[in-house]
Design a protein around this ligand. Structure first.
Ligand SMILES: Cc1ncc(COP(=O)(O)O)c(C=O)c1O
Length: 399
């Protein structure tokens, strides 16, 4: 856990420069460019007096090492000047659950967007009720009307924008203003845009959550989560994470730190390639709609353009009505797109999905079968050629 004063925070430089430098202090480590990876539990004290007084910068592996401090400082730097604390968690879902637990008490009520990542809902539906916390799901497009859903015991509003399967863009500043007017904390899963494309804390979010498994790691080889906080939420966040004994293994923190250095250029490439593929798919007769907020055709485009500075590699499409077998033929034909969960790595992915079982405030009726793509770092013309083969298999299975 890093407070504002520890490490070398740098809020003056542009994001690319901060990504290259944040959390690094070579001359504290013999001049080596990167910080060492401390595999550590016990920390020894020179004397009984030092031990009793807890003298020294570090105390115990779980309580922080130079490796965790470097990653926390780097992430805080990327989140921007409003960030007061960053907590590292062993997965994105752990970051979501820890952030939620840090703001609720027995008897509280929270509002969660209907478009939330399904395991977020499961945590709210299965775990929180055990501790007397109730959840109401709301239409992600509710905007300032969220005020009407607030109850006297509503303590938090949880957002995910855009929804990571269905891509509704939320009016974050309007929802945050309404929540704050009632003293509710605002939490957001910001994994899609990352703080590079959506400075969540600046837009009114109190606890900004990322699955570091995605673009921070960037290589599909690490599980990691982070919560960045500001204001009064920081104390409770730190306390919750610390008292629950949550911490991240040193090699995973190293991979997160290593991934951060190239995150800006990777994200720019994912964004550019995904836009090319999305536009190409928009012109295909097999596709009814492309759900990508950076496309002018997307219903959330105006808000996305107002609030976001870029996109990533993740978007969905709605096929023209077709049997599941035709979509399976499409997916099975793809040679460059893996079929698998998660996203944010260097490789392209495609999965079929159906939001019907994970909606309660809105009706999921896209008009045809849906597939989510993650556009990786492969050459975009190869990806389009692969998709063309897949669409031919789709068409063939329809005849
Ligand atoms: C939007 C979103 N948030 C959170 C998570 C959870 O992250 P993790 O897999 O690191 O627990 C995911 C995982 O796919 C996700 O897509």
């Amino acid at each position: 856990m890093t407070g504002k004063k520890s490490g070398n925070r740098d809020c003056d430089h542009k994001t690319a420069t901060r990504l290259a430098n944040a959390g690094r202090n070579p001359f504290a480590h013999h001049g080596y460019v990167n910080p060492p990876v401390y595999h550590a539990s016990t920390l020894l004290y020179p004397s009984a007096e030092d031990y009793i007084a807890h003298r020294g910068q570090y105390r115990y592996g779980r309580r922080g090492t130079p490796t965790s401090e470097a990653l926390e400082t780097a992430l805080a730097d990327i989140e921007g000047p409003q960030c007061e604390a960053v907590a590292l968690l062993p997965s994105g879902l752990a970051a979501i659950s820890a952030a939620l637990l840090s703001v609720v008490r027995a008897g509280d009520h929270i509002l969660v967007t209907d478009s939330a990542y399904a395991p977020t809902r499961k945590f709210c539906d299965v775990i929180l009720p055990r501790y007397g916390v109730t959840t109401t799901y709301y239409d992600p497009l509710v905007g300032p009307d969220i005020a009407a859903l607030m109850r006297p015991n509503t303590v938090a509003v949880f957002l995910e924008s855009p929804g990571s399967l269905s891509f509704e863009v939320q009016d974050v500043p309007a929802i945050a203003a309404a929540a704050h007017a009632r003293n509710a904390a605002v939490l957001m899963d910001n994994t899609w845009a990352t703080p590079i494309h959506f400075p969540a804390l600046e837009k009114g979010v109190d606890l900004s959550i990322q699955s570091g498994t995605k673009y921070i790691g960037g290589h599909s080889d690490v599980m990691l989560g982070a919560v960045a906080s500001k204001n009064s939420t920081s104390m409770r966040l730190k306390e919750t994470v610390f008292e629950m004994g949550l911490c991240v293994g040193p090699d995973d923190m190293f991979l997160g730190l290593r991934g951060l250095r190239t995150m800006g250029v990777r994200l720019a490439q994912h964004d550019a390639s995904a836009m090319k593929v999305a536009r190409w798919l928009e012109g295909r007769p097999e596709i009814l709609r492309v759900l990508h907020p950076a496309l002018e055709s997307h219903p959330g485009h105006a808000i996305w353009k107002r609030d976001f500075t870029g996109a990533c590699g993740l978007f969905s499409v709605v096929f023209r009505p077709a049997p599941a077998a035709a979509v399976h033929a499409f997916l099975n034909k793809l040679a460059l797109f893996g079929i698998g969960a998660s996203w944010g790595g260097f490789e392209s992915l495609a999965i079929p999905f159906d939001c019907t079982p994970v909606r309660s405030a809105t009706r999921w009726a896209p008009g045809g079968p849906t597939v989510r793509f993650h556009i990786g770092l492969e050459d975009v013309s190869d990806l389009i050629a692969d998709l063309e083969d897949g669409l031919a298999a789709f068409a063939k299975s329809m005849t």
